[in-house]
Ligand binder design. Structure first.
Ligand SMILES: [Zn+2]
Ligand SMILES: [Zn+2]
Length: 879
């Protein structure tokens, strides 16, 4: 790229961002080296869903690791950040089936093959939206290594993992009660269920006793399932029911007889202490049913409709319609005791929010306990570290009571389960490829399992399959295990835990060293962002309005480990101002670098030069340290304050006299500091830093590949920092006195000082040019005692008395007269206008516009009068 020295007058992020994000990719700057002699740093991107579009959670989840990987790259690591997308079975099904429904079609009508064709077309057309957004965000990913969880390599790896786990008894098939979403028409794993507290009803139903008079009352929230009851259960020590043990009841609305059983798991406090048992439609009842050998009567099918077994009267009804009907029939027969309001947690599908239905069916499961053991150990022993560390506790809690994982889904978009069923002898064959004949009976009548695997099954393999596993590729050898996994707390179980288990099982190694858990992005009032609240902040809109750098910096500055982020547009606005500040300061520096060449001569360093070099050294140390610990907010805060306050507000002002005097060393320092500032800024604000850096005389190909500054111990200069601090305190005090007394900033003043410290006296004397420039002082006089009878504005700095003699600025008597005259003139003007406004002819005849203007004018004059009176009062107080 051709270098031009001068920056545009105003920073316009959009074209700059477009230019560099394209340049970085075209020039392959983020492509990892393999093989390489350099030390490596590697990460895999949490693959966003192909259906995804960038939201704030993504923006955070992609920005923070980008800061780390850019920083590591600049430190000289051979970095790999591998991108890709997830095929997201349910999400894609929802999108496509919705559009099919609009055309009065369904996947069943189309058939598997046709449906998959549509899904692939959709993926190829729209699946790349999030990829473009990632590039726009500046995420420095290696696009040559992009993967998809349904690509060929993945299919092979997934089959291999399935076959191996099956052959070791870690995958099994079972007839089991699972969660099913009637809307998505698939089963879900336990953690795909969202439990939400809801207002509901508790129905008390009388079950007549068989051999004696009376009845036992059971309480239930789901009366429609009573049609599938196969027992009533009570606690063995519940005195109310001791006599009923072993008796039978007749199940209302059916003509079935069911036993009363006892079990310790029945809660005596719930309802009446007697509960109905429906093994086919409730998880606890399922367990009870197995132990007590109860029949499993399925009354609700997979789409939420009542089955034949529910009885002639109810079959075909939707489960909730059936509930109403059961209740009204019970009322009619006098078997409904009462209905109470009841609040309890109800499980919903995490994708479509439909109430889930426990469903008895043949499914595939992963036996988790043996896999969890090793995964617990590596975290306990610190091989894998959670940041912040308290997340490890959450991880252990879940791992310690882990359930087997239901991995089959009644969907088509995904990895089809590599299991075949012999139609002749019922043998199950699990294999990498379709077998030609049954290995048991030798006949060829085989049918593959219709289901696909849970999407998380393939994502659990993400860190090593992306590196080429099961092949021992150079990438696998070099970059696996990865160094950092940065993700949200909501997928610790879905994803992080399973990656650890699968990584250990199939590679014998941990998949990553550090797990950084992001906070949640909330609005400025700390509320969760949601469509219904209307408080969603769209990152794409923020990039348009304030620039991508401002968005990134906002997220970094708010990322305190363990805390949620409270994001507001004000913050973005603030960091856009920061970008502008950097831009303007850089313009100043670049303009001063033109012409005569800079050259650094240690002997010619000014106090300000020594100070800024020392300060920068400390900041570099602190930023490196903060990033080592993933303290993004701390690093961002240091960078921000150093650039804005120390560099822009102080150094740029302090260096002006030296520049004026043609000091080549100060010029060189100014250039060096700007160069290093851009380097430490780059991971946070990659675009503006690259743009400015490319204008520096010493710029290379890209700032993204330049080295990150290291703190050089010999640059630290305690003495210079100490001395400059004193001068700063003095300047700040003079500025404060000026402001408090409303002295105009342009007004030059004399500065009187009184103090005994000889060192400081010498310092003031030697460095008076700084005080003169930054406090707008004409001359500085040091007194043993201030002359009497002078009007002085006074202050104190350390052991020094500070004074500004007023008479040097203006004659107080004259100023008093001037202000008095001003006030009487304003008063006259006001009277004249008020007289007109009180004249009814004027009000009636003058155009409305003229009357309005007169009113506004009166207001202005009134304000001016108040201000002038304040100034006069101040002068009078000094006289
Ligand atoms: Zn659903
Ligand atoms: Zn067979």
């Amino acid at each position: 790229m051709r270098k031009k020295q001068i920056l545009e007058k105003v920073y316009n992020p959009k074209p700059v961002e477009e230019k560099w994000s394209r340049f970085w990719i075209e020039e392959s700057l983020f492509v990892a080296e393999a093989p390489s002699s350099k030390k490596k740093f590697s990460m895999v991107l949490p693959p966003p869903n192909v259906t995804g579009s960038l939201h704030m959670g993504h923006a955070l989840c992609f920005t923070l690791p980008d800061i780390i990987v850019r920083w590591r790259r600049m430190q000289g690591f051979n970095t790999l950040w591998l991108p890709g997308t997830d095929h997201a079975s349910i999400a894609v099904h929802n999108v496509i089936e919705q559009s099919l429904a609009e055309k009065n079609l369904s996947r069943e009508k189309l058939g598997r093959e046709e449906f998959l064709k549509i899904a692939w077309d959709w993926k190829n057309k729209y699946g790349g939206i999030i990829i473009g957004q990632l590039k726009r965000l500046g995420a420095s990913l290696d696009w040559t290594r992009e993967r998809f969880t349904l690509d060929e390599g993945f299919s092979l790896a997934v089959r291999r993992v399935f076959v191996e786990l099956y052959s070791q008894g870690l995958i099994y098939r079972d007839y089991y009660l699972v969660n099913r979403c009637p809307h998505c028409r698939t089963v879900l794993s336990d953690i795909e269920i969202e439990h939400r507290e809801q207002k509901s009803k508790l129905y008390y139903i009388k079950y007549p006793l068989l051999d004696s008079k009376g009845h036992i009352i059971v309480a239930t929230t789901r009366p429609e399932t009573m049609l599938g009851d196969t027992a009533v259960a009570v606690h063995p020590e519940d005195e109310r029911y001791l006599s009923l043990k072993g008796k039978k009841v007749s199940l209302p609305l059916t003509n079935r007889l069911i036993p009363i059983i006892t079990d310790k798991r029945v809660e005596k406090e719930f309802g009446t202490g007697a509960v109905k048992v429906t093994p086919a439609h409730d998880p606890l009842d399922f367990e009870l049913g197995k132990e007590h050998n109860l029949e499993q009567v399925i009354v609700i099918d997979g789409s939420g409709k009542m089955t034949e077994q529910a009885g002639e009267e109810f079959k075909g009804l939707d489960r909730f319609v059936c509930r109403e009907k059961v209740v009204s029939r019970l009322k009619e027969t006098g078997l409904l005791e009462k209905i109470e309001d009841y609040q309890h947690a109800i499980g919903h599908c995490y994708r479509c929010k439909t109430i889930i239905e426990p469903h008895l069916s043949w499914q595939w499961f992963v036996r988790m306990e043996p896999l969890a053991r090793e995964a617990i150990r590596v975290v306990e022993e610190g091989e894998i570290e959670f940041i912040p560390p308290n997340w490890a506790k959450t991880y252990f809690e879940w791992m310690d009571k882990i359930h087997d994982w239901c991995i089959s889904r009644q969907l088509w978009w995904g990895h089809r389960i590599p299991a075949w069923y012999c139609q002749e002898c019922q043998e199950i064959i699990v294999a990498m490829d379709a077998p030609e004949k049954c290995k048991k009976c030798g006949r060829g009548n085989l049918v593959q399992d219709e289901d696909v695997l849970d999407t998380w099954f393939s994502s659990a393999l993400w860190p090593f399959v992306t590196m080429g596993w099961p092949e021992r590729t150079p990438d696998f050898e070099i970059f696996y295990p990865t160094d950092l996994m940065s993700t949200g707390f909501d997928i610790i179980f879905f994803w992080v835990a399973r990656m650890i288990m699968m990584g250990l099982k199939f590679t014998g190694k941990i998949p990553f060293r550090h797990v950084f858990i992001n906070g949640l992005v909330r609005d400025f009032r700390r509320r969760k962002m949601s469509k219904s609240e209307g408080n969603i902040i769209d990152p794409l809109e923020m990039m348009d309005k304030y620039g991508t750098d401002a968005l990134r910096f906002t997220l970094a500055a708010l990322a305190i480990p363990g805390m949620d982020l409270s994001v507001s547009e004000e913050r973005m606005l603030g960091y856009r101002a920061f970008a502008n500040k950097i831009w303007n300061a850089s313009r100043f520096v670049l303009m001063n670098l033109e012409g005569e060449k800079a050259g650094l001569n240690e002997a010619e360093l000014t106090l300000a030069d020594r100070w800024i070099r020392s300060r920068l050294t400390r900041i570099i140390e602190e930023v490196n340290d903060a990033l080592e610990k993933y303290k993004f907010y701390e690093a961002a805060d240091k960078v921000y304050h150093f650039i804005w306050h120390e560099f822009c507000d102080w150094y740029i002002e302090l260096v002006k006299p030296a520049l004026k005097a043609g000091n080549k060393t100060s010029k060189a320092v100014l250039a060096n500091i700007l160069d290093e500032i851009l380097r430490i800024l780059h991971p946070f604000m990659p675009f503006i830093s690259e743009e400015i850096w490319q204008h520096l005389p010493a710029a290379g190909k890209s700032l993204a590949l330049a080295s990150f500054p290291l703190a050089k111990a010999d640059m630290k200069d305690e003495e210079a920092e100490e001395r400059l601090k004193f001068l700063q305190d003095l300047i700040i005090e003079v500025r404060t006195i000026r402001a408090e007394n409303k002295l105009p900033p342009r007004q030059k003043i004399s500065l009187w000082l009184k103090g005994k410290d000889r060192e400081e006296r010498k310092l003031i004397d030697e460095q008076k040019v700084y005080i003169q420039t930054l406090a707008n002082v004409r001359e500085i006089r040091i007194w043993d005692s201030f002359p009497k009878a002078k009007k002085l504005l006074k202050g104190v700095v350390r052991s020094w008395e500070v004074a500004i003699p007023l008479e040097d600025i203006f004659n107080l008597d004259e100023e008093k007269l001037r202000l008095e005259k001003e006030i009487s003139k304003i008063t006259l003007d006001m009277e004249r206008i008020e007289a007109r406004l009180h004249n009814s002819d004027f009000i009636r005849l003058a155009p409305k516009k003229v009357v309005d203007e007169a009113k506004i004018r009166i207001k202005e004059l009134r304000n001016r009068k108040t201000k002038t009176e304040e100034s006069l009062a101040h002068i009078l107080s000094l006289l």
